[in-house]
Design a protein. Sequence first.
Lengths: 98, 400
Amino acid sequence: MTTTSPTKSIRVLSTLRSIAGSKEVSVPAPTEMTVGAVLHALRETHPALAARVLTADGAITPGIQCLVNGRHIDWLQGLETPVTLDDDLLLIPPVSGG
Amino acid sequence: MTEGTRPTTGAAADLTPAEAQRYSRHLILPQVGEAGQRRLKAARVAIVGTGGLGSPVAMYLAAAGVGRLGLIDFDVVDVTNLQRQIVHGESTRGVPKVVSAARRLADLNPHITIDTYHTPLTSHNALDLLRPYDIIVDGTDNFPTRYLLNDAAVLLKKPLVYGSIFRFEGQVSVFGAPDGPCYRCLLPVPPPPELVPGCSEAGVFGVLPGTIGTLQATEVIKLILGIGEPLVGRLLLYDALDLTFDTIILPRRANCPACGENPTITGLIDYEEFCGMPAYDSSGFGHGQDDEAAVPEWSVNEIKARLDAGERLNLLDVREPVELTISRLEQMTQHIPMSEMAARWQEIPRDEPVIVFCRSGARSADLIEQLRTLGYDNLINMAGGINAWARTIDPKLPLY
């Protein structure tokens, strides 16, 4: 990838921050801009994070919430939900502390 | 006014002169007034968990004059709680948390009634314990109890004010309201046990449960009074480091087995089995079942016996440097903190047994699992970590 290639950022919370080492990660913007394609791009750039976020068959790990602009993708088009470079893509892992 | 979310409360009792004086700052608020204060007096709220979240919830509800509080917790006060669990104190170390909290709350407001239940909430007692209350507050610290509470609240048709924390972040929502979602709409399937460490393993910013618990108390009081917009259908996310609040939309799932159109959950189940993890902050009690099965481990007794017999064993401590200032194993031969492991793992010997230990055995088990993929087959976990050593071998070592 060249330095001018567009990237798509993904915000992460809680335990995913520890794995990512930051609050936000970026992946090269895939040709097909869907949630699924963006998350699958993590496998190349952030394999440890991808291993937590995606199951072996490419689904989202149970318990992890994926939101686009504050809306859960389960009420949008799931992994097929289209995203733009400007959309807020957020991954929330489950937390249970009290 | 949000009539749809107002709970059923008992008859609104008159205020005594002493109560009217105490609650005067409420009485002059038009949104509360005498009618609202009487409603608070008549309200009955169950608080499950009297720890980080339950502390501020209980204190603000008591101070506000909620007439009956039910405290449910099986635990006792430990010194490590006092960094954040402000309802407890030095004088109640070793005392059941519900008793400790009841003492503090009675001092804060003698006009209220406090019920204490020094017992774990289980599938057998949950419905009976929670039935007398109008609203339930989730101040628990583990997934099985959260699912149990949710299903009980849905079955009993009572609002459940949810809060959860991790390090510097927290979540709040109101579940179980008419037309609103429930906890299963947020988490339809329990997460894999290894996905989330508890507070005792991950650490928690002491003031964080104060913020989240106070937001839960806010929602409880709003529900009782029927004022404002409750957090129904929304999940509030708080980040203490950035000092930001985000709200995400959380609709009810039509196919939810608890609150959906055709619910299949008609009674309480075995939630430890459902979640595949124990119903307590498991990081404080060793590591998960999956890790135990996957990682070789020795008990502290076995390790001690082998050392006493003159066997040469490497003891690798993977805790952070600050933890060594709390307790230190004199037999330790190597120290590589987990925070430096990515750069230093090759320093670990491959040709002789290495006992790996941390505080409770969870981080060390994770490390062994990771290093096995890199060809290490000589690593053995110290079951229960240095805390097990302190409990069993050397009582002079502090527990933390």
